[in-house]
Design a protein around this ligand. Structure first.
Ligand code: PLP
Length: 387
């Protein structure tokens, strides 16, 4: 079905930050399959682990204990500061689990019509509940009736949440991205997450952070909330967790961690041995090669390069980023620049209509960052001088 307006390129092979198309042409991938291939393409240890596991055992169902799933859960909980994990196959499913968890948490506290606060300009997925949580009317249009049990608040605005807290007694959770990815790489003010934490504590709400795009080292820490030393109650993961192998997770701690009981939620494929082996290998690789630190340093280098090349250019509104999650905001819509970049052998993306989004693999080298900066700077210059 035509759910995507696709770019005119089809890739057959990848290695590191590079992709090759059907014509044998090489492209520098500064998007990582939308923040998925953090280790780059065809990372040998991941390929080997998947092949070995596929030859041993791929799937048993969650009717049985899956040791490697337990190992992955323990490993993720240790790095995230969480207590329990539920595994699924995508970001939307991870958020569905979080939303269901929040509702059950509310019912357990005697709130019969629990409501989750979700943010303007957010993105949480395309299933009905996650689309409802998503703060983008264009994506929702035509899919009404949406799901009840959500209230919208402006992002990066604690006063607005306090007003909601004063007005209503049916709120059970706040769902937010630590950086609004699809919303244009919007980085909230320093202290925002800590303030959210305090508000949730005083109100008895769950703080649920969607780390699907920001997680797994992308912003220079395992998880973006770790920049602020804040601990949410629930986090959701997917994308880079399997480096391209589909896997999602909903992690929880404290009361939230004990909310689901047998039969409350489920999945056939989620957390099967193959997906868990891939994810464990991804975590090992990030850990062993200190890729969080590297993502931070590479991000600083990339942002500095972009600022040097573009800061004084009229039409460039701002260059924002944390680690290797970087946005260049222009003063006009610029979706066409994606195709121009592709013609130059560079894969980028535009989000929120006017933000050029760069999400290169965490393993990107300095020389490759220089290439990204050079091509993007040239394209932006050309784009902005054309009337
Ligand atoms: N949450 C965030 C922050 C995302 O960026 C995305 C995907 O872009 C999702 C959720 C949905 O993930 P998926 O496409 O795997 O369902």
């Amino acid at each position: 079905m035509t759910t995507y307006a696709r770019q005119p390129a089809s890739f057959v092979r990848g290695q590191g930050v590079w992709l090759w198309d059907t014509q044998g042409r090489r492209y520098l991938d500064a998007l990582s399959g939308i923040a998925v291939c953090g280790l780059g393409h065809a990372y040998p240890a991941v390929t080997k682990a998947i092949c070995e596991q596929a030859g041993m055992l791929m799937h048993t169902s969650n009717l049985f204990t899956i040791d490697i799933q337990t190992q992955l859960g323990q490993r993720l909980c240790a790095i995230a500061g969480m207590d329990t994990a539920f595994f699924c196959n995508s970001g939307a499913e991870a958020n569905e689990a979080a939303i269901k968890l929040a509702r059950l948490y509310g019912h357990n506290r005697g709130i019969n019509n629990p409501v989750v606060i979700a943010m303007e300009d957010s993105f949480h997925g395309r299933t009905l509940a996650t689309l409802t949580a998503t703060g983008n009317a264009t994506l929702q249009r035509g899919f009404e009736p949406l799901v009840p049990g959500f209230v919208r608040a402006p992002y990066n605005d604690i006063d607005a949440l306090e007003a909601i807290a004063r007005d209503r007694g049916d709120i059970v959770a706040v769902l937010a991205e630590p950086i609004a990815g699809e919303g244009g790489i919007r980085i909230p003010d320093a202290g925002y997450l800590a303030a959210l934490r305090r508000l949730c504590d005083t109100q008895g709400w769950l703080l649920m952070l969607d780390e699907i795009q920001t997680g797994m080292g992308r912003t220079g820490r395992w998880f973006c909330y770790q920049h602020e030393e804040t601990l949410p109650d629930v986090i959701t993961l997917a994308k880079a967790l399997g480096n391209g192998f589909p896997i999602g997770a909903c992690l929880a701690r404290g009361t939230a961690a004990q909310t689901f009981t047998p039969g409350a939620h489920g999945t056939t494929f989620g957390g099967n041995p193959l997906a868990c082996r891939a994810a464990l290998t991804v975590i090992d690789t990030i850990d062993r090669n200190r890729l969080c630190k590297r993502a931070w340093e590479s991000g600083e280098y990339l942002i500095a390069g972009l600022r040097q090349a573009l800061d004084s250019v009229e039409g460039v509104v701002e260059i924002q980023g944390r680690g290797l999650m970087v946005g260049i905001k222009l003063d006009r819509p610029c979706a066409g620049i994606v195709h121009q970049a592709l013609e130059q052998g560079l894969i980028i993306n535009v989000t929120a209509g006017n933000v050029i989004r760069l999400l290169p693999p965490l393993i990107v080298k300095r020389a490759e960052i220089d290439m990204i900066v050079a091509i993007v700077a040239r394209l932006v210059h050309e784009f902005l001088v054309v009337p």
